[in-house]
Structure formats: C-alpha cells, structure tokens
Design a protein around this ligand. Structure first.
Ligand SMILES: [Zn+2]
Length: 387
C-alpha cells in the first residue's frame, strides 16, 4: 500500500507516530513498512534520513514502488504502534546542501546552458557535475550570485502542476518527464523537477562556498559546501590559517605570500647547500687521488649525496670507491663505484656479511646495510681509509 509521506507536507516534522503495516525479514535486516512516515527515503541525489523507530536505529530508508521501507536490525510487529524520531540535524544538513545545489545548478544553467548531470553528497563536501566547461575564473562571481539568493531570503515554491499547466512550466530536467512532476522553484534563480526535501526559505541555507571547479569527463565538476557544514569547515580552515600565521609571523590575510617567500628562501638555501656540498665532496674525493680502492665513512647524506661522493671518489682514486653514510636509525646507505668494473659479486658478498640489500648497474651498486661502523671497517680492511 502507498505510504503517506509526511515529509512533503512538513519538512520540519521530526517526531511522528504510525502503525506498522508490514515487516519482512531480508538478508540485510527487517524491512518495516508504516502507514505513514516522516523518514525521507534515499532518492533524487538526496541521502536517506537517519533516526529511530520505537528506539531502534533505522539503518536505511528506501522506496519500493509507492512503499517506503525502513530497515531495522530488529523486527516490529504488524499492527504495532511505532514512534518515529528523525535525526533532524542530519536532515537539515541534507536540506541545506540540496537547496544550495539547486541554486548553483540554476545559476550555471542560466548563464552557460549546462545541465547538472551528476550530484554526489559526500561526507567532506558535495560535488556537482555539469555537461559543459565552466571557466574556473568565473567561480567567485557564481559564488557571489548564489549567496545573493541567500541574502534575499526567497521563499521556495514547490508544487505539482496539473497536466494542463505542466507544458507551460519551464524547469531544468535531464529528460522529458511524464505527469505528475514535482517542481521546486527558487524564484529568480532556479526551477527544477525534483523529489527531494528543501528548506522553506533560501536564508536557511546560511552560506554557499564553491571550493573548486575542475575538468571532469567532457564537462566540469564543482566542489562545494552549504550551511552549517560549510561554516564548520571554514572555521577549521581558519584555525589552520591561524597556526600558519603564527608560524610565519604574518597577518591572517598575508599567509600565502609569507609561505611563497619561505619557499623561495628554502629553494635558494637548497641551492647554496648543494654548492657547498659539491665543494666538500670534491675536497674529500681529492684526498683519495691515486690511492686505489677507497672507503669513506660519512653521516647524514641522502642517497643522491652518497652517489655523488662515490662518483667523485671513483674518478679520483682510480680503484673501487665505497661510500657509506650513517642514517639516523643507525643503518648505513652505501654506494660502490668502479669505473668500467663489475661489482655485482663483490656487492653480493658484502651485503651478506653486513646484513644489507642493494643492487644496480655492474659498475655502480647502491643499497643499505644494518651492520655497525666497526663491521664495515673490518670488511673493508684492505681499502685505503682517508682521515
Ligand atoms: Zn533536487
């Protein structure tokens, strides 16, 4: 039998009483049908309501033809009275997001002619997909217009036109719809066929923020948030900016500039460190000149540095260069290089002795070992050790 959908008559109704009409056990739980309900079932891009029936959590709400089914982990007896409580904070959030999405879709449809072809309400944010390109630089203007709709606190007009009226009603739709069609209008901003639940006046949305606009398939995807969830996100974002502001001793609206300057400084320092490292490496390698097989023990070099020093040392010593650098965890990174040589079996034997792993080209073997300094010195006893 058709469930009486109380949410269409009163979107604020959070508590109601009903009678259990049917209760069927399925793999997922018990599907409870009531004579009437304030629980909105999943549909039209809007998620299902949450809440309880006789104190039992409602796990999901969906439609089966004209019936609304409430999924519970426990059964309810047919004929039993059911007290329903809808989680109104959750519902109101969905209403804020949904009406906000209509306003943004309406503005974009009017301006570019693009249609909303996908709507997803995620936990973090909501996304809308459009079937055409929206220039990302237009985002601030689109956002300004959407918030203008909120400031005007426009009452929504939601109705089902008669079959005679319907042909004269202009509305956004993905395809031609048969009567009856429920029309949701935000006068001046949007008119759309929709079965979802909306706020009564646009002012209830509170805030619309468009975060990004990226190319998606052959069109665009806009990421946005509305209402309290948007306010909470922006508050958290502000807390982060306060930390950045304190770290950089920069004003709240100048943290981006301060971060860019810091990056520039880091880049020039990195460049300078690279120059100094090259000088030090050249000096160290130079001391091995003509000495044949050489072992160098260092600390704190990254793999690029280890390789660079080994390269210069091999060039200078004329034999095998073995560079080991101690890492903070006590292990050593290493690089073995011998010009035109084949160090593969040498490396294999060494890693077996020094508990390591490594490989590479025949003339250049790299890796790491877990043995300590003394074991490395012992293994390379025949190598010349400068310093
Ligand atoms: Zn809708």
């Amino acid at each position: 039998m058709e469930t009486n959908k109380l949410f269409y008559a009163d979107c604020r109704l959070a508590q109601f009483s009903a009678v259990v009409v049917d209760c069927a056990e399925t793999k997922q739980g018990f599907e409870v049908e009531l004579d009437q309900t304030a629980f909105y079932p999943e549909g039209g891009g809007q998620a299902a309501d949450r809440g309880t029936l006789n104190g039992i959590e409602v796990l999901h709400v969906h439609e089966d033809g004209e019936r609304v089914l409430h999924r519970l982990a426990q059964p309810l007896a047919v004929g039993e009275a059911a007290a329903g409580v809808v989680d109104y904070a959750h519902r109101f959030d969905l209403m804020q997001q949904h009406t906000g999405e209509h306003i943004v879709s309406g503005i974009i449809n009017k301006r570019y002619g693009w249609h909303n072809v996908g709507f997803h309400m995620g936990v973090q944010s909501i996304t809308i997909d459009f079937d055409g390109i929206i220039p990302p630089e237009d985002l601030p203007e689109l956002e300004r217009l959407a918030n203008e709709a909120i400031y005007r606190n426009i009452p929504l007009h939601i109705w089902t036109p008669s079959p005679e009226e319907l042909p004269d009603v202009a509305y956004r739709t993905k395809r031609a719809l048969p009567w009856p069609v429920r029309i949701v209008q935000v006068p001046g901003f949007d008119s759309c066929a929709c079965c979802g639940i909306h706020v009564e006046r646009t002012g209830e949305i509170g805030l619309i923020k468009l975060f990004s606009c990226v190319r998606f398939r052959s069109g665009s995807r806009i990421e946005m948030l509305c209402g309290r969830r948007c306010f909470d996100f922006l508050s958290r974002s502000h807390e982060q900016n306060k930390l950045v502001s304190a770290a950089f001793s920069a004003k709240l609206l100048e943290t981006g500039e301060a971060a860019a300057k810091m990056n520039e400084l880091l880049e020039s320092q990195k460049h300078r460190i690279g120059q100094l490292e090259t000088q030090i490496f050249a000096a160290r390698a130079g001391r091995c000149a003509g000495r044949g097989d050489s072992l160098l023990l260092c600390e704190g070099l990254d793999s690029v540095g280890v390789r660079k020093l080994a390269d210069l040392t091999a060039e200078s010593c004329g034999g095998t260069a073995a560079v080991f650098s101690e890492n903070t965890d006590g292990s050593f990174s290493y690089c073995l290089i011998r010009r035109d040589g084949d160090l593969r079996s040498f490396n294999k034997e060494m890693t077996a002795t020094l508990q390591g792993r490594g490989g590479g080209k025949p003339e250049c073997q790299m890796g790491s070992v877990r043995s300590d300094r003394e074991s490395i010195l012992k293994h390379f006893v025949s190598f010349y050790i400068p310093e």
